[in-house]
Ligand binder design. Sequence first.
Ligand code: PEP
Ligand code: MN
Length: 362
Amino acid sequence: MIIVTRIGVTDEEVDQIRERVEGAGLRTHISRGETHTIIGCIGEEERLQRVPLLTLPGVESVHPVMKPFKLASREFSAGPSRVAVGDTEVGGDEITVIAGPCSVEGDEMLRATARAVAAAGARGLRGGAFKPRTSPYAFNGMGSRGLEILARARAESGLPIVTEVMDTRHVEEVAGHADVLQIGARNMQNFALLTEVGRLHRPVLLKRGMSSTIRDLLLAAEYVMKQGNMNVILCERGIRTFETATRNTFDLAAIPVLKRETHLPVVADPSHAGGRRDLVAPLSFAAIAAGADGLIVEVHPAPDEALSDGDQSLDFAEFSDFMERLRPFATAVGRRLAESVEEDPAVEEPRQMVMTSATESP
Ligand code: PEP
Ligand code: MN
C-alpha cells in the first residue's frame, strides 16, 4: 500500500498516519518530496483493508499494490489452469463449446439437442432446470424434473451437463446431476451461494454479473476458490450499458484482460451478450480471436417455439454451420475444435418435437 499525502501535510499528520499503519502490524517507509510525502507500507496489505486511511487528516490518496484477489490471480499459478469437464479440459488446446437450450423443456427436445450438438462438435450440454427470469410470471424452469431429464440426456449422449444453481438450498440436488454448476449473472455476487459451491469440487461456470466489473468477477471467483474449489471457469456474457440495440453489451476486452489477470479459463456467451441469433457467430469469432477458451451457446430444436430465449437460440442446422465457420478462427489462434461426427441414425428420433411437457410441471 502506498499513501500519498496532501500538499502541506504537517509532521503531526504524517506521524498519525504512520502510527495507524504500524498499529495494524506493518512497517512504514517515509519519502519526503518537494510537495508530497509518500508513505510506503511494508507487510501484509490485507491487514490495512479494515483500517480507514483515506479520511485521516493529511491523506490525499491510497494505492493498493497487491491485487485484492489472490487465488485467482496470475501470480498464484505458474501457467493457465485447465478445468476438466467430461472428456475435455476447458483452458487446454481445444476450444470447448457447450451448447443446448436456454431451458430444459422436456425429455425429447433435450435428447435431440444433445445428439445434434454432440454431432456438430460440442463437448458439453447446457440447459437450465432452475431458471432466473426477470418476470415471476415467465416460465421458470422444470426444476427437479429438469435435472432428471438432463441426467438422462447425459447418459445417452455422453455429454457433461452444465446447469444453473440459483439457491443454496438446491446445491446438493443440482450437484447430484450436473457436471458443471452454473452461477448465473444475477447470482454472481450471491456470496452464500458462491461459498456453498466452493465447498464442492465440482467445476463452476461463473457468469459475469450484468453490472459487475472484472474485479468484481474475480473477487466472486475468489469466494469459490477460498473454500477450496479451484475448478472455476469464468464467463463473459455481456454487461448493461446505455446501448439498446443488443440485449447486453459484449465486453470483448474483458477476455484478454481476464487472461492477463487470472490463470482461470475464460469462456464467452454470445447468446446472452447479443440477444439475437444473427449475432452469435460474429461475437463468437471475436471471442475466440480475443483468447477465449470456449463458448456457451443456446441451441433449440425449434427456436421460435422456445419457452425462453428463442430469439437468441440457433436451430440444429444453424449450430452445425456455425461450428464449421468457427473452426478457422480456432486454427488461427493455434487451437482446435472437436471434429463433427455423423449422427448415428440408429438412435435418431423423429425431429417432430413434443413441446408441451415443460408446461405440465410447476
Ligand atoms: C442462461 O445461461 O440461460 C442465463 C440465464 O444466463 P445469464 O445468467 O448470463 O443471464
Ligand atoms: Mn438463456
